[in-house]
Ligand binder design. Structure first.
Ligand code: MG
Length: 239
């Protein structure tokens, strides 16, 4: 058995002021998985499978009209994008999704949806299983800005897992202090690493930042396809 390190003589780290192996340095918080489906104990459960409580129509604020069945929420085409009532800032987002089992359309017309961080910044959801499209519109793309580094999507009907680490833009007095940064893993495969966004994602035009609050609702896109979602949670983190 070894004794605890003697912290007194160890060198001081340049950024934190703690000594190397400092016994007085605060412990990381313990996180355990709890509930059904299990989520980290410090996460906010945004969709657990039971109901669309906490989700509303993005445009009108009326109750969300997507279908909930078997622990899954599925887009009901024409009912519109939905958003959380809760406002979210920086942190870690977990979203599971599946492409429609009945394949129809191609390119952007097949299994299209989207995860809009802060309601403004889209990580593309698309059925890219044997279905190429323009690179910056591929599943896991920062839409219209950055193609993903890889395309590990599973066949239609199978569940895919997105893990997204998000740091929103910072504004001061109406000017941009630091842009948004995102890291994206799909099915455990890195798609974006510390990607610096050019602004809110757009279709056919260049992005440009406009000041907005540090916390905004998360939204999901109704692009007319029967994409399903389940087990959505968010851990707020101060980076
Ligand atoms: Mg989309």
């Amino acid at each position: 058995m070894s004794n605890p390190p003697d912290t007194n003589d160890n060198p001081v780290l340049p950024d934190s002021g703690y000594r190397v192996h400092d016994e007085s340095r605060p412990q990381p918080p313990v996180v355990r998985f709890e509930g059904n489906p299990p989520v980290p104990s410090d996460a906010v459960r945004l969709f657990g499978g039971g109901s669309l409580d906490g989700w509303v129509n993005k445009k009108t604020g009326e109750p969300a009209q997507w279908k909930v069945e078997d622990g899954t929420m599925t887009v009901v085409p024409g009912t519109g994008d939905i958003r959380t009532t809760r406002e979210l800032g920086d942190g870690q987002l977990h979203v599971e999704f599946r492409s429609p089992e009945i394949i129809k359309g191609k390119s952007q017309g097949r299994g299209n949806s989207g995860i809009f961080l802060m309601g403004l910044y889209e990580i593309q959801v698309l059925d890219n299983y044997d279905n190429p499209t323009y690179a910056d519109g591929t599943v896991g793309a920062v839409y219209g800005q950055y193609p993903p580094l890889a395309n590990p999507i599973l066949p239609p009907g199978e569940w895919n897992v997105f893990d997204i680490i998000w740091k929103g833009p910072v504004f001061n007095d109406g000017s941009l202090v630091s842009p948004a940064v995102v890291t994206v893993l799909l099915n455990g495969v890195v798609q974006q690493h510390a990607r610096v966004l050019q602004g809110p994602t757009q279709h056919k035009v260049l992005a440009a930042y406009e000041p907005h609050p540090p916390k905004l609702p998360l939204s999901l896109q109704d692009h007319g396809d029967l994409v399903g979602f389940r087990n959505i949670w968010f851990r707020e983190i101060t980076f």
